[in-house]
Design a protein around this ligand. Structure first.
Ligand code: ACM
Ligand code: ZN
Length: 690
């Protein structure tokens, strides 16, 4: 981040001398502007504020802590003085004021840049800090000479987050601090650490030492190769690790100095296999390696969770404590005598209610300590804890429902916010968990669209980008997945929707991405982006386009309806991701016949080709069909088989596509297309008839 130099004399005013990167010129790079885009920025014309000269910092009504943080930032951003001889001009004035006209966010600022004086006003240290970020970006882009301008700026949302999964692959504290630096530049203010999951427990807990002696370690290999067992930390093959409480305090302090809150996530009741391997008595059967879920019937579970939370609260000052709550498999609870007893005693009617009981108890516990429970949107299932904050990942809908019920909501729908998906054509990328989330799609996310009522929208508190790391083993790969997509979500979190424009963003993101690269981040090369699957770029014309499709005693998966009955003949081919609303999903019924549709061409047509292209992505269990049958009919009742295509399942890595088609010459009005599989998902985008 170092570019130009400033002295750090800790007095009311400090004097800075500067090493010019471009003496005598205004810029050696194109000026792109601030990212995230400010609410209003008006060029003043005539001159610039020259950070190459000695700059005096003047503080007014700034607390000691804020002053230290701002001085430290100025030192990092503008460097040490090479020449302390300067006078009092130019002046960089930083003032805390009671209020600012035009907005009520306490993270906003007004900045007036003139040749001799830059005046920054804000109602908080965070506002001054964000103004300094903007100033620093402008200085960096303009050879240290910030063009005269007036900026009024404040965030659209109070919660602007990044989640790092440090369980699946542990990342050391230096890596975390480096990402905190980038977050500060992007005006993000919440770092959510996914500290626990089956792949490893990552926080020192004094009362339960086996969590870090054993549950934090596994033997070598990637997450995919891992055999789901753990090992002693002393094992020569052990990989993994954990943060000591001192490490975490250091991270928390480092983040606080950048106006970022660190929120811990301790998973419960699911995603907890590592705990139950170390402390098997907390699972329903009492056996290790059998369960991912705590036993909510067992009182010892609550004792454990409360003891752990006590130590978490002692380290983390955040208001929100995230307790996971996602993807619990509740099957074992149905059979477990302790769970059944608990349900009977508490009048709980089903296992969703039992999860809800656990979450409510945890909420009461956290509230008794003055904290707020935060959880993935499943904590709404079976009845949400009343004051809980919700992180909506299974789409925006659970978040909208929660916001309607009065919960504070942070939006992190997978389609837009999960940065573990491919950001470009999968064949050009390191293996990812799946999906396709290019920069443009991340940027297109509007966390609180105008279609929501004011009452709902007011409860949507912000946005979170998430980086789960099952397929992300190294620091370099993690940064590659984060940048530049984090830039897009930072702007979704900060900038008013009406000001957002992808082309304008893209130009600024190129500059910021280059900047991050020159600061030592391993970024994705935006200039080399291939883009979506070529088939998805233009609609395809064919005989069946727009024709009616009848589903013969079968149905698309309710989770993957795409455009429902229109999907297979709407002319729209799917892209790299089965989540793009163009791929229709089919799960397999007891007859193996997952897909059986008839298309009515409305009149007899000459036909030379009937085909459908399927997607395969074995990680999430999406496979090509085992068999496809293509038939035609004149009357819709009596069908003649044109082709039976059989194929042995073959596992591959990454996403692939395969055409299951017939070519020849026939005439018919009706086309029937059947696809068979065994216990897997299938995805089809279009049935093309020519
Ligand atoms: C999640 O992705 N299971 C929150
Ligand atoms: Zn149980």
């Amino acid at each position: 981040m170092k570019k130009i130099k400033i002295s750090t004399v800790a007095a009311l005013a400090i004097f800075a001398a500067v090493t010019a990167t471009c003496p005598g010129c205004v810029s050696d790079k194109p000026t792109a502007g601030i990212l995230p885009k400010p609410v209003e920025m008006t060029p003043k014309g005539g001159g610039y504020f020259d950070m190459n000269r000695n700059v005096s910092l003047l503080f007014s009504d700034v607390s000691d802590t804020d002053r230290r943080r701002l001085l430290e930032f100025a030192g990092r951003a503008f460097g040490d003085s090479a020449d302390k001889s300067g006078g009092k001009i130019p002046v960089l004035s930083l003032a805390i004021v009671d209020s600012l006209p035009g907005f009520d966010s306490d993270e906003g600022y007004v900045m007036d840049v003139r040749p001799d004086t830059t005046m920054i006003e804000a109602t908080s240290g965070a506002g001054l800090f964000y103004a300094m970020q903007s100033l620093e970006q402008l200085a960096d882009q303009n050879g240290s000479k910030v063009p005269a301008c007036h900026v009024t700026d404040y965030p659209r949302f109070p919660y602007r987050g990044l989640m790092l999964d440090v369980s699946r692959n542990f990342r050391n504290k230096e890596f975390v601090k480096k990402q905190i630096d980038a977050m500060a530049m992007l005006k993000l203010n919440n770092l959510h650490l996914h500290l626990t999951d089956a792949a490893g427990w990552r926080m020192q807990i004094d009362r339960y030492p086996r969590l870090t002696e054993f549950a934090a370690w596994r033997k070598g290999g990637t997450w995919k190769e891992w055999d789901n067992t753990y090992c002693e930390s002393t094992d020569s093959a052990a990989t993994g690790g954990f943060y000591t409480k001192d490490d975490l305090r250091e991270i928390i302090r480092y983040a606080a100095d950048r106006y970022i809150t660190v929120i811990p996530e301790i998973e419960m009741p699911g995603h907890s296999a590592e705990v139950l391997a170390a402390y098997p008595e907390l699972s329903c059967t009492g056996k290790p390696y059998k369960h991912h879920e705590f036993c909510p019937g067992n009182e010892e579970t609550y004792e454990f969770l409360e003891n752990v939370l006590d130590e978490v609260i002692e380290v983390f000052p955040s208001q929100y404590i995230h307790i996971g709550g996602d993807e619990a498999n509740k099957d074992a609870w149905k059979e477990c005598p302790k769970c059944r007893r608990r349900m009977a005693a508490e009048g709980i009617k089903d296992v969703d209610g039992l999860q809800s009981y656990l979450i409510h108890r945890m909420e009461r516990y956290l509230n008794s300590k003055g904290r707020t429970l935060f959880g993935w949107d499943e904590i709404m299932d079976g009845g949400a804890a009343p004051g809980a904050a919700i992180l909506s990942w299974r789409g925006p809908e659970p978040g909208i429902k929660a916001a309607s019920a009065g919960h504070p909501v942070v939006m992190a729908p997978g389609r837009f916010c999960y940065l573990d998906g491919y950001q470009d054509a999968p064949s050009t990328q390191p293996e990812a968990i799946g999906g396709y989330l290019p920069l443009s799609l991340a940027y297109s996310f509007d966390p609180a669209p105008d279609s929501l009522s004011v009452d709902v929208a007011k409860n949507i508190k912000g946005v979170e980008a998430t980086l789960f790391t099952e397929y992300v083993a190294t620091d370099d790969h993690a940064e590659y997945m984060l940048y530049p997509r984090l830039l897009a979500l930072a702007e979704a979190a900060w900038t008013p929707q009406v000001l957002r424009d992808y082309d304008d963003f893209h130009a600024r993101a190129l500059v910021m991405n280059d900047r991050l690269a020159s600061d030592g981040y391993n970024v994705f090369d935006m200039r080399a982006e291939v883009g979506n699957r070529k088939e998805a770029l233009e609609p395809v014309e064919h005989l069946a386009r727009g024709k009616k499709v009848v589903y013969n005693d079968c149905a698309w998966s309710p989770n993957y309806p795409a455009a429902e009955a229109a999907t297979l003949t709407d002319g729209l081919r799917g892209g790299w991701n089965y989540n793009d609303y163009r791929w229709q999903g089919f799960s397999v019924d007891s007859t193996d016949r997952a897909l059986d549709v008839t298309i009515d061409l409305e009149r007899k047509e000459k036909i030379s080709y009937i085909g459908g292209e399927f997607m395969q992505l074995c990680g999430p269990d999406v496979w090509f069909p085992r068999k496809v049958v293509i038939s035609v009919s004149d009357n819709g009742d009596d069908f003649k088989e044109l082709k039976v295509i059989e194929r042995e399942p073959k596992e591959d890595t990454g996403v692939s596509f395969l055409d299951f088609s017939w070519e020849g010459s026939t005439e018919a009005r009706y086309v029937r297309y059947q696809a068979f599989n065994r216990s897997h998902f299938m995805f089809l985008d279009e049935i093309v008839v020519r």
